[in-house]
Write a new protein. Structure first.
Length: 209
């Protein structure tokens, strides 16, 4: 692995499941953030199962001339499978995974890509983080349990915002709920993982993790 890394193209994969925001508004925010990075890019939306309203909004973007790719899974496979399906259609040497709902400020996406200069995976963690005392305690208990079981310490495994070098995805075989543990799986494969502080979206105030 080289020390200096400059991707030539970004692939942005967005798995669309039961939880989602207005996809047209979300795409506009993501697109502005990605465009500021200054690299060629592609957006790949993967609809996990039959979701009529999501398909309709993405079809409206296509008809408006937006250069997006839409992958339709025939049934509900889950987020991990959706990410792998998106990767199979991707062409970038750097991959951004983004949730289909507001989680972080889109203007901070460039920080994740910049972190790939010295890491193989850049995992976003929301800071400062909103939430009441119960939510903070629940998140702390979850991460403490994961740290105890795996020996890996991360601050925000519930954040779906990640940047990865293509080689990492090539060696991953995600299924079930493993999308939450991409950073841990990558660490076990010998890849370097960095955590990058990103601002929490003003719309993301009741996150479950």
């Amino acid at each position: 692995m080289t020390t200096h890394y400059t991707p030539s193209r970004l692939s942005i994969i967005i798995p669309v499941g039961a939880r989602r925001s207005n996809l047209k508004a979300l795409y506009a925010e993501y697109k502005a953030g990605v465009a500021s990075i200054g690299l060629p890019y592609e957006f790949i939306f993967v609809i996990d199962g039959p979701r009529v309203d999501a398909a309709r909004m993405l079809d409206e973007l296509l008809r408006a001339g937006e250069p997006i790719t839409v992958v339709n899974l025939t049934r509900f496979f889950g987020e991990a499978a959706a990410l792998m399906a998106g990767f199979e259609r991707s062409s970038g040497d750097a991959i951004l995974t983004l949730p289909a709902y507001h989680q972080v400020d889109g203007s901070d996406l460039r920080k994740l890509v910049a972190a790939l200069d010295s890491a193989d995976v850049a995992l976003g963690y929301r800071f400062p983080r909103a939430g009441n005392a119960f939510e903070r305690a629940r998140r702390a208990a979850f991460h403490a349990m994961v740290s105890f079981v795996t020996g890996s310490k991360f601050r925000d495994l519930g954040c779906g915002v990640r940047a990865l070098r293509r080689q990492v995805f090539e060696e991953l075989d995600l299924y079930g709920d493993q999308h939450r543990f991409i950073a841990i799986l990558a660490t076990r494969l010998g890849f370097r993982v960095a955590e990058v502080a990103v601002r929490q979206s003003v719309h993301d105030r009741h996150s479950r993790m």
